[in-house]
Design a protein around this ligand. Sequence first.
Ligand code: ADP
Ligand code: MG
Length: 398
Amino acid sequence: MNIHEYQAKALLKSYGAPVAAGVAIFKAEEAEAAAKQLPGPVYVVKSQIHAGGRGKGKFKELAPDAKGGVRVVKTIEEVVTNAKEMLGNTLVTKQTGPAGKQVNRLYIEDGASIARELYLSILVDRSVGRVAFVVSTEGGMDIETVAEETPEKIVTVAIDPDAGVTAEDSARLSDALELEGVARGQASMLFPLLYKAFIEKDMSLLEINPLVVLTDGNIRVLDAKLSIDGNAMFRHPELLELRDLTEEDDKEIEASKYDLAYVALDGNIGCMVNGAGLAMATMDIIKLYGAEPANFLDVGGGASKEKVTAAFKIITADPAVKGILVNIFGGIMKCDVIAEGVLAAVTEVGLKVPLVVRLEGTNVELGKKIISESGLNVIPADNLDDAAQKIVAAVKGS
Ligand code: ADP
Ligand code: MG
């Protein structure tokens, strides 16, 4: 689960991280009062969307030369006019995709006088099986570009889970960031507290880009992007309250209610599959035969009829879906349960597009019998290859 920058900053502040004063607003009318709470003389109006690259982003509805999604201004009047211009419009950044994201919240923040912009992130480094800090002196720009052009400017420090962030780790990080004096002292406090927040809140990623050294020598967390491991959300009811459903796909929200692993995609073949590996293979083979999957969906090993019904409904409700491929290997999952789930869903919502069903494994004969006796217009398939060719042909023919 992702949260907004202002929420992430409030969280990090509760651990003692240095962040600027700021106020989140939902309506342009709140802009003036928000800015009046800040010291000035510089204010920053920041779009709150779950995507980075906002500063260099473009608003769809505004002129191409209009300013981006992060605006530095010098008066309260400008805070208000910029808030009016930004709220409700669609911001397109490198990370949003061409559709962009509607800006429904703004963060009005105290402007910083910046001397240096640095990069810092904490992530789970699978190659060493540890949580690691990734830092670079090249902050403010996207780290993928730095990794491509000047990989030597990125330093990774993996943390021993028993020892936590040691003085030695801190020194290595500060050296890599070329921090001296006051900033270095503050950083030696910052690294362990960020690590503590990361572990305690079950984060999968914490990215601070930029972490800045101010002209007065102090350091400050200027941007914060964080993701919480979805599998650990049950431990953090306080964080669940920060969830912003407007940032999520409706179909994915519905799927999460039934504990289905579902990701919406851009194609037109809806897939209902059990097992992540089989789901990936199904997507691959659809592509191989020249079409695109509309979703990734893993109904799981021991899904109930209710879960299968819900999954099928989510797929059929998507207007982009022009055909459905049910591809099930009944290991723990029984084929007759799948068949009954499909039947229940079709009875409830109808079937307007071609449906190819490939069943294999436990109770396969019973499953096939349920489908064939249902009177449904189903195209049966015998194996994955056959199934993919049939659904692609059916979708292209329609
Ligand atoms: P994004 O990464 O989505 O573009 P950032 O929060 O990193 O958004 O802001 C982009 C840039 O805007 C920063 O690199 C920094 O130069 C500037 N900026 C952001 N917040 C402030 C602030 N409070 N004061 C001064 N400059 C800021
Ligand atoms: Mg940033």
